[in-house]
Design a protein around this ligand. Structure first.
Ligand code: ZN
Length: 138
């Protein structure tokens, strides 16, 4: 399913993600990612394999999607907070359960517990400003 990418490309994505985490004050993520980066840099992480620090290539891509970094900025749709699943019908007004996949400073990734459909929910003020996020980032 998940195709392993070139190490140089993965490291560039890790660096980009680390900078983005730092900009958003996500210190624990920055620290973990730094260990993962060192593992990659010294060849301690076999291609496509996971390190104990809890980071993997697929998680790097997942965070690119969640934080809407190119080229993954359109992978998940953005919907208002507490949205019901758009795919599952809501019998008697009770929407099917939605769980939180990942949280980040300005919102969360929501996942439908029935069909697995995923989307992002952002705070209202962030939604309005999100178009400019990349330009404001250093
Ligand atoms: Zn659903």
């Amino acid at each position: 399913m998940f195709r392993s990418m070139d190490r140089g490309r993965l490291m560039a994505m890790v660096e980009m993600l680390g900078t983005t985490f730092a900009t958003r004050g996500m210190k624990r993520h920055v620290e973990e990612l730094r260990v993962y980066w060192l593992g990659l840099a010294r060849g301690l992480v076999p291609a496509g394999r996971r390190v104990d620090v809890g980071w993997s290539e697929s998680l790097v891509v997942e965070w690119f999607r969640v934080l809407r970094l190119p080229p993954h900025q359109w992978d998940y749709p953005v919907r208002p907070p507490s949205s019901p699943c758009p795919r599952c019908p809501a019998p008697d007004g009770h929407a099917v359960e939605v769980k939180t996949g990942l949280t980040f400073p300005e919102g969360r990734k929501a996942v439908c517990t029935v069909c697995g459909y995923a989307w992002l929910e952002l705070e209202a003020d962030v939604r309005a400003a999100s178009v400019d996020v990349r330009r404001r980032a250093r």
